[in-house]
Design a protein around this ligand. Structure first.
Ligand SMILES: [Fe+2]
Ligand SMILES: [Fe+2]
Length: 362
């Protein structure tokens, strides 16, 4: 559905579309629900989704520039891959997968930190009008809707608890048997790492003259957009093995839950792309009054985020997964051969072989 409405109240952007049945998974009341036809409906999309379409159409009509696009294939497939996940579960080492689902849920919860951004009056940063744009609605419902989707709101669970529910369905409430805090520590999350506090910002990149708050907003939106797009690899991966009833419990219910989460992410990608595109194609105004090409400011932010996303950030994730795999294989008498089998079916066998050599020497 498209609409020419481009101005929305916060209440509208947070409003649910009509549903006839709520989503309850593993006994947990989740956000979203089902329409008359039984199709899943994402939360807070009654106005937000048509709004994104309308803002994009308006931007293309006014600026004759396309909305940002970056293909999923920019990023490699999930690590571990599906075959590696199956191998671990069938070898009696499901814990790294339980850990991974816990880690994904935890990271999703951190996504709610986007609410800490305070856009204020965004017009002062741009020469061209921002009336009727996503940028103008970031602090008027869009960041809040995103935060609620990730961390939940009032009685309804969001993605954080939906991933935990998927884990508990697939592995039949494993948390009673596993020290989850210890697991998160090993995977790189200390007691309070990343959760709840103001957003950590990387060092400044843009001219001093550009408002640091604008840089913080554009920077975090870019980094979150890249995480959101990459996550589609993770959804496909998780849905594949979670739907295999010979592998995990729940008759595919956990996989369905992941497919609903995946559906909810589409408006996140949509509004982030739209807002960043609107900023890219405008003229930025420094505090001295000096003007800057948005395209140049955007490019600096984008390139650094992409470098990190494909480089250091990815290495950290892989290492966290591998730490957990090694930890749990180490508890098994035949752990070495399970680990060897795990590396042998990796997507990047050269790196895996190097890693094996390192493990052998340890
Ligand atoms: Fe999410
Ligand atoms: Fe998201």
């Amino acid at each position: 559905m498209t609409t020419s409405q481009v101005e929305f109240t916060e209440t509208e952007l947070l409003a649910d579309a009509d549903i006839t049945e709520p989503l309850i998974a593993g006994g947990v009341r989740c956000h979203g629900g089902f329409d008359d036809e039984g199709d899943y409906v994402s939360p807070r999309t009654k106005y937000r989704v048509p709004g994104i379409v309308a803002w994009q159409e308006k931007h293309v009509a006014e600026f004759s520039k396309p909305v940002i696009d970056i293909p999923l294939e920019t990023w490699p497939e999930n690590y571990p891959n599906v075959a590696q996940a199956e191998h671990l579960i069938r070898s009696g080492v499901p814990e790294p997968l339980i850990g991974t689902l816990t880690r994904i849920g935890t990271v999703e919860g951190f996504g709610a930190n986007i609410r800490f951004l305070q856009p204020g009056n965004m017009q002062k940063h741009f020469e061209e009008s921002i009336q009727g744009t996503a940028v103008d609605h970031l602090g008027k419902g869009l960041f809040e809707a995103h935060g609620r989707d990730e961390a939940g709101w009032e009685k309804e669970a969001g993605h954080k608890d939906m991933w935990f529910a998927a884990r508990d369905i697939a592995f039949e409430n494993p948390t009673a048997k596993i020290d989850i805090d210890g697991m998160l520590q090993r995977m790189g999350f200390g007691q309070n790492a990343g959760g709840g506090g103001p957003v950590q910002m990387p060092p400044r990149l843009l001219p001093d003259d550009i408002d640091p708050n604008l840089e913080a907003i554009a920077g975090l939106m870019t980094r979150v957009l890249m995480i959101e797009i990459q996550a589609f690899h993770t959804f496909k991966w998780a849905e594949k093995w979670l739907s295999d009833s010979t592998l995990v419990a729940g008759d595919g219910e956990a996989a369905k839950l992941v497919s609903y989460i995946r559906g909810d992410e589409t408006p996140h990608v949509g509004y982030l792309k739209t807002g960043l595109t609107e900023m890219r194609d405008r003229t930025w105004i420094g505090s001295s009054g000096k003007k800057y090409k948005g395209e140049e400011m955007f490019r600096l932010i984008w390139d650094r985020a992409l470098d990190n996303s494909l480089g250091a950030g990815r290495d950290l994730n892989r290492q966290a997964v591998l730490n957990e795999v090694e930890h749990w294989c180490g508890q098994k008498a035949n752990g070495d051969s399970i680990l060897e089998g795990f590396h042998a079916i990796a997507d990047e066998p050269v790196a895996a072989a190097d890693r094996l050599a390192a493990v052998d020497q340890a």
